[in-house]
Design a protein around this ligand. Structure first.
Ligand code: ADP
Ligand code: MG
Length: 322
């Protein structure tokens, strides 16, 4: 019979479980996209505070977190206050000149400093930048029908590498600019993927308002724990993946096919979901790797870790009995 661990012992065990992950991720770049919906969740401030704690913890154990945030619901809210109707075509906001001004105001003037300030409650870590700063995000119009909705033409990560080298946490508002200086509103999911790729990140993490990818959107039991970019092609083709999930999934695919080792889609409403994913054996949400080979390697790794853990348990028990 196992005796229950005292609360302090449990705490110690949790910390020890985190050790191999802390070692593995030390010095590695992790790009985290924080969704506007997660931000706007029921307990907005609590959610943001918990998120900030996770980001600071990542930084303090030696990772290099980079935050990319959305702000769709917040843009819609200000438009409403200004009496402007939000219009969407295929899930993309139609962005006239006035709307791109509003988007820039909300993202760089409201959401970005909120995230920066929440992180900096813990120390002088975060620096807010928009895609305009240092030419970080170069953009071009996607489709004249959508107005100033931009596609990324280039990522110039110099401003980010400079901040990371100086141990800052970059927090990015996804406004880009074209060669003439015209501003564009750019999908934050897309930007997160492209930045992860440009920085050669170890991981790309999406925090959203659902616990991960599902094979049936309405059925929580249909959560996909791990999958490959190749398999996701099928799920996009057959319509399983829809709406706001499409830019996340296509960005995950592109990122893992371009050298980012793993991408994750997690529920930003779960307290400390980032720590649960990064520092525990179980992981959480949906993990995406490039192909079957990478998935097999991951499964073998997990199995080996399980065996070691099982062995340690047996040792403990025989020790207790002797
Ligand atoms: P965010 O603000 O994080 O970008 P979105 O609303 O844009 O959030 O995207 C997440 C949404 O995608 C989910 O709430 C869900 O309704 C939708 N979705 C569509 N297809 C799927 C799927 N196969 N699995 C999970 N969620 C899906
Ligand atoms: Mg979205």
């Amino acid at each position: 019979m196992t005796t229950p661990l005292a609360p302090n012992a449990l705490r110690a065990e949790t910390l020890v479980e985190a050790l191999p992950y802390i070692r593995r991720f030390s010095g590695k770049t992790v790009v985290v996209k924080y969704g506007g919906n997660a931000l706007a969740g029921t307990s907005q401030h609590d959610a943001l505070e918990l998120f900030a704690e996770d980001i600071v913890m990542m930084r303090l154990v030696g990772m290099r977190p980079v935050v990319v945030h959305g702000g769709g619901p917040q843009i819609s809210a200000l438009m409403e206050r200004l009496g402007k109707q939000a219009k969407f075509v295929d899930g993309l906001r139609v962005t006239d000149a006035e709307t791109v001004d509003i988007a820039r105001m909300v993202l760089k003037g409201q959401v970005n400093p909120q995230v920066v300030a929440a992180i900096n409650v813990h120390g002088n870590y975060a620096v807010g930048v928009s895609g305009v700063d240092g030419g970080l995000i170069r953009a071009t119009a996607r489709n004249p029908e959508l107005g100033f909705v931009g596609d990324v033409t280039a990522i110039n990560p110099g401003v980010l590498t400079g901040l990371l080298e100086n141990e800052f946490i970059p927090v990015i508002a996804t406004i880009g600019s074209d060669a003439t200086g015209q501003a564009y509103n750019i999908n934050a999911d897309t930007v997160a993927g492209r930045i992860a790729e440009a920085l050669g990140a170890e991981k790309l993490v999406y925090l959203t308002d659902i616990e991960g990818l599902r094979t049936k959107v309405g059925d929580p039991a249909s959560l996909i724990r791990q999958t490959t970019a190749d398999h996701l092609d099928e799920l996009i083709a057959d319509g399983t993946i829809a709406g706001g999930m499409i830019p996340k999934v296509t960005s995950c695919q592109q990122a893992v096919r371009s050298g980012v080792r793993r991408a994750h889609i997690l529920d930003g409403r779960i307290a400390h979901v980032l720590l649960l994913e990064l520092f525990t054996d179980e992981g959480i949400g949906t993990m995406v790797v490039s192909d079957q080979l990478a998935l097999d390697a991951h499964l073998a790794e997990t199995k080996a870790a399980d065996l070691i853990a099982a062995e340690a348990n047996t040792d403990e028990h025989s020790g207790a009995e002797s």
